[in-house]
Structure formats: structure tokens, C-alpha cells
Design a protein around this ligand. Structure first.
Ligand SMILES: NC(=O)c1ccc[n+]([C@@H]2O[C@H](COP(=O)([O-])OP(=O)(O)OC[C@H]3O[C@@H](n4cnc5c(N)ncnc54)[C@H](OP(=O)(O)O)[C@@H]3O)[C@@H](O)[C@H]2O)c1
Length: 264
């Protein structure tokens, strides 16, 4: 029997979509989670925590490929360090990592940069950990997932007057399309840093918000605010966009339509 694929973050927004695709491809899947879960058809769970390293040796034992989707807004480098240490000991043959477009282009140099954009520095540092591990690897950088942006605009729309970061643009991508690309990469040969994966269109933050407000039948006042710092400047200059890799198909509007937001 072939060795199982370890999927970190298999309970998250992206990982939940990766898991069935791996199963459809005939893989056995082992999911790392901080919480206990019932095993399913061809899927088992190992309890572990990448922040402390607890359980990670057991999670990596006997696996060939690791698809590393676990992440939070900070500390992904430390989490990834625990993973690669255990993976190297276990002799893993392919580590597939999901990073973010702009990881290398958003400078996080000041306290204000770190407060607003520390995530990008943590993803960049995690990318380095993956490279320095010497494990055969593939890293894919994706733009913001529709699901994440929906969470953000929903939270913003709780305010009657919404402060909108002036000049910020996004190129949102369908989470399912990213999942499919990750699985394709996981089933292929280690390929290093592969071309970015970005959505089909670029939107200003105001356009994303207006699209949401229209779909949810809400009315709000938008108030542009200029965010300070080098990271914000880089984002305004397009550091988080990949127009040359607009390979995703589903648009923000199509995604919103599928959410039935106007029902309530
Ligand atoms: N969201 C985006 O727009 C976007 C864009 C580009 C790249 N990415 C990257 O894609 C990945 C997945 O993002 P997502 O939106 O799917 O995240 P998510 O929904 O927040 O899920 C996070 C996952 O990470 C796991 N996790 C968190 N801390 C952990 C720890 N200490 N030990 C073990 N597992 C831990 C969680 O598992 P348990 O709770 O079960 O332990 C959960 O499955 C992340 O690396 C993110 O940086 C996201």
C-alpha cells in the first residue's frame, strides 16, 4: 500500500477542499489537527500542534508527501520549522507549501508595518524555512481567497460608515481552484517555487465592498483612509497582485452570487 499524504490545515477553509480531491485521486489522507476528529473513509486524523511541536513526529511518520495548509495570521515560520524538522527525520519525499502572493514584495520593516502586514513577513519566513529544510519541495503563492475577503467585508459592513484603505487593490481567487492546483502539484514532482495563482480580475477595496453590499442588499457610506507605512505603500503599488498570472476563473461577483447573501 502507498504511504499516506499528510495534510496540515485539513480542517481549514482551503484544506477542507484539498482533502476530497486527494481522496478522489486515490490517496490515503492523514490530517493534522489540534483537535480530535472521527476518521472517515480513507481519512484519518492525528492530533498535534505545530506551534509547540507536540504530535508532529507521529503525524509525519511514514508519509511520503506533505501538503502544508496549516496557517494563522502570525508565526507560520515557527510552525513550519516544527513540521520540516519532523518531516526530514521521517524521510518525507515532497513538501508542498501554500504561501501568499506578495510575500517577498511587502516590506515589513516598522512596527506599523508589522501590526498591519506581519502576515506577509511570516509567510516569507516560512517559505525560507521550507527552502532551507533541503526537503524536495513545491511552493505555490496564491492571492486572497474569496472566503477570506467575504469574512473581511462582512465585518467591515457592520459599521454604518466603512473606512476603506485608499488605493488598495485585490485579485481574489476561488478557494476551490487553489485547492485543485495544490493537489495537481502534490501529485507531481517537486518543482520549487511555481508560478503564482491569482484570480481573474483586480478590484479596488471599494469595488469589493460595493459588490458585497449590492449582493447583501445593504447600504453603507464608504470613507477612504490612507494607511501609513512602507508595507501599505507597497500594497498600493500592487505588491499583492499577479496580473500576469490571472489563471483563476471564478469572479468575485460569481462567488457572491453563490452565497445567497440577499436572502436575509
Ligand atoms: N485565506 C487566504 O486568502 C490565503 C491566501 C493565500 C494563502 N493562504 C494560506 O493558505 C493556508 C490556509 O488558509 P485558510 O484560509 O484555509 O486557513 P484557515 O481556514 O484559517 O485554517 C487554518 C488551518 O490551520 C490549522 N492550524 C492553525 N494553527 C495550527 C497549529 N498550531 N497546529 C496545527 N494546525 C494548525 C487549523 O487546524 P485546527 O484548527 O484543526 O488545528 C486549520 O485547519 C494558510 O497557510 C494561509 O496563509 C491563505
Amino acid at each position: 500500500m502507498t504511504s499516506p499524504i499528510l495534510l496540515t490545515g485539513g480542517t481549514g477553509t482551503l484544506g477542507r477542499l484539498v482533502q476530497p480531491l486527494l481522496r478522489d485521486a486515490g490517496c490515503r489522507v492523514r490530517i493534522l489537527s489540534r483537535h480530535r476528529h472521527e476518521p472517515g473513509d480513507g481519512v484519518d486524523f492525528v492530533v498535534g500542534d505545530l506551534t509547540t511541536g507536540a504530535g508532529i513526529d507521529a503525524a509525519t511518520a511514514g508519509v511520503g508527501t506533505i501538503v502544508h495548509c496549516a496557517g494563522t495570521s502570525t508565526g507560520d515560520d515557527a510552525k513550519t520549522r516544527h513540521l520540516v524538522r519532523a518531516a526530514s527525520k521521517a524521510g518525507a519525499q515532497h513538501l508542498v507549501y501554500i504561501s501568499v502572493v506578495g510575500a517577498e514584495r511587502v516590506p515589513v520593516t516598522s512596527r506599523i508595518d508589522r501590526a498591519m502586514f506581519g502576515y506577509f513577513a511570516s509567510k516569507r519566513a516560512a517559505e525560507r524555512v521550507v527552502v532551507e529544510s533541503g526537503l524536495p519541495r513545491t511552493t505555490l503563492r496564491a492571492t486572497q481567497f474569496h472566503d477570506l475577503l467575504l469574512t473581511v467585508v462582512r465585518a467591515m459592513a457592520k459599521l454604518p460608515v466603512i473606512p476603506v484603505p485608499a488605493g488598495f487593490r485585490f485579485q481574489p481567487v476561488d478557494t476551490g481552484e487553489v485547492a485543485a492546483r495544490l493537489v495537481e502539484l502534490a501529485l507531481g514532482e517537486p518543482s520549487g517555487l511555481v508560478p503564482d495563482f491569482a484570480g481573474p480580475r483586480i478590484y479596488g477595496t471599494d469595488e469589493l465592498l460595493r459588490g458585497y453590499l449590492r449582493a447583501a442588499r445593504k447600504r453603507r457610506i464608504l470613507m477612504p483612509v490612507r494607511l501609513p507605512g512602507n508595507a501599505a505603500r507597497a500594497v498600493r503599488a500592487g505588491a499583492t497582485l499577479a496580473p500576469e498570472h490571472a489563471v483563476g476563473h471564478r469572479t468575485w461577483e460569481e462567488f457572491l452570487e453563490g452565497q445567497n447573501l440577499g436572502r436575509y
